[in-house]
Design a binder for this molecule. Sequence first.
Ligand SMILES: [Zn+2]
Length: 303
Amino acid sequence: MSICPVCRFRSNNWGDVASHIHDMTSRSDPPHVMWLNRNLSSREVSSQELAGTLEDYFSLKGGLSSWIRGKVIEKIYGERPHPFILAMQKPNRAVLLGYVIEHRHFLRNWIRVLSMIVYKTDKDDVARYELENISQEFLGNGSPPHYELLIRMGESLGLTRDEIMSYDPLPSTSSSIKVWRNIAETRSWVETMASMHSMELIADKSLRNYGSKMHYFNPSILTDQDYPDAVKKFLAEGYNADEYHAWKALELVEKYSQELGVVEDVQVSFLRSLDALSKYLMARLERAMEFDPNLIKFVEAVT
Ligand SMILES: [Zn+2]
């Protein structure tokens, strides 16, 4: 099955999907035009050429999880790495506070969406995986949960717990959360699982072996005296845990998407999630600018 990544128009071949996208873009439909510009090319191409490009873009040469990893690297760590990742190579107080304030909302939503996977799946290995993940994030297993470590990072940077809790999410964070909730509510649990856990790949330190130019943050921070212990603790948790989390999840996604015959749907939902992630990472920087207006110069220089 070939599926339009924007509106899910379906056909048995890429030729039909290419003609459909060509038709939509010649009518200047904004979502189709934007998708093409952002993901394939901003120059005008014939419907025939587009069919080949789409087929190549969606082809799974090394399996679904490798395809997902490749797209994450391309979008977040590619030619122009995401500005938030660049800022994390030597984050100042403002960048870390932007991270804390927006990420609190992300994590609250994270566990709610994972609960939807548990609700919808009939596979025990999937339910167990997600329940472990939810408890790790929210309850902790004998050690403080990620959610608590995040708040402590904010406190170590000079905000009170009440202040951190008082912020509503920025519009970009809210709109990304809406995308993930919409996937959870309207699509299959396998698509939801791919959409959520592929995001953990951005912190996977092994991405360097697959072409990523840098880590999620500069690992020297973990031993740098200039950063409070609570910052190092929060970053170290993700640095050590997410790699295992993401890969285990993507193995389950690969297995069940084939079994249930929804591989192409998974690809399309994952791409939607990746766009939402990119937007959400910008929201962290947008919030950071409230604490350090000079960051705008950095953002302008790298975008
Ligand atoms: Zn379409």
